[in-house]
Unconditional design. Structure first.
Length: 61
């Protein structure tokens, strides 16, 4: 498993969610339902699910 960077390049969120990003926009950490709650993400994959099929195609494959 790839080690996540300790230093982050960007932060987005509001009073209920906090997310950290790398310089190329990859989501590294997600804190939810409160910003001081534990981290809820280990890996994040983007996928495409077409309406006529039951199979989701993931970008990383």
């Amino acid at each position: 498993m790839r080690k996540k960077p300790y230093l982050i390049d960007g932060i987005i969120g509001n009073s209920k969610m906090l997310a950290s990003l790398t310089k190329d926009g990859q989501l590294q950490r997600l804190f939810w339902p409160h910003i001081d709650f534990s981290q809820h993400m280990n890996r994040f994959y983007t996928g495409i699910n077409l309406h006529d099929g039951n199979d989701t195609q993931f970008i990383h494959e």
